[in-house]
Design a binder for this molecule. Sequence first.
Ligand code: HEC
Length: 333
Amino acid sequence: MSGQNTEKQILAMVLLLVLAVASLGAYTWFDNGRRTEARSEILTKDAQRASWTFANNCRECHGNDGRGSESDASLVGPALNTPNNTYAFLTDNQGQLEALQNDFRYTITCGRNGTPMPPWSIDQGGSLDGFKIDNLVTLITTNAGNAWETAVEHAVHLDEVTIENLHTALEAAEETLKASGWFVDLEAAAGAVARTEAADAELISLRDAVAAAEESGEGLDEAQDALAAYEKGYTALVLAAVTIRTSDDSQAVADATSSFNAASSVQQEVAMNRAWLKTASDYQAAVDNVNTAEERFAAGLPVPTPATQVTSNTCGQVSAELGDWLSAHSGSS
Ligand code: HEC
């Protein structure tokens, strides 16, 4: 009797124990799931934030979708959106992931000396704080929430606005051209400028003085200053000429005319031809800008073209050139 009872008690205890272990396991599994979910939510938020930073700062070199030179040879930046960069994350290889993230964080912070990759950290003269840089690293190494797709959406939006603005600028240039009565023949305009400038003895002698100073290496600053001062007068005359030809504000035209008339007749001719050249080239540039932008947009390329400059001396990096020089000139010799 009591033996049977003991057996039952043992059985109940074993069952309870099994239940306890099972529920602990289930809870751990559930909690892990929750943690993973929370973690992926954070990653997605970070990467989505970075998609905006990327569209604003990086795509001109690395492409709208981050595939860089891999998608188009005209892009100077390498692909960041590549399976290689998310592999460690997807396979849960923490060590590899951290090494990659550290490398990218450093590159974004400091730029790469001797390449067009600029430093982005505020400490290094860039525009991004550590939080934004970390988010960019998350975007590149996880693509959480498909953030590269969001980056493309931002890019399209930004470029549509840019193209709209370029059209507005073109309309303005077209109006100015029409009002001026000048026509677009840049060669003819440049020829007219050169012919009339040749009759401006003062301009010619100032230019000759600069050329002579360049040759002799003496008095260059003075000669350049004198030429610049004279040219400054022309800048004002050209603006006056454009106003006279294009403005419908009679007071502005009257003011421009009186300052224009104060110049010599040779100067007036030069200024008028330069004003023609400027009006025609401004219009031509506006046309070119719209065409280039629309072609790039249609090809899925970032509309802004990058201002590429070789990066140097950030985070104390030694440039490759200086490194070569140091290894050649220091040590045993
Ligand atoms: C003016 C062009 C330019 C801009 C703008 C630019 N990059 Fe780069 N980036 C480059 C170039 C070029 C390289 C390759 C440098 C080299 O040759 O090592 C590079 C390399 C990188 C690398 C290292 C890639 C690798 O596989 O090692 C990362 C990461 C990177 N850029 C991120 C960014 C981010 C993020 C931004 C925006 C905040 C950005 N870049 C903006 C040109 C640019």
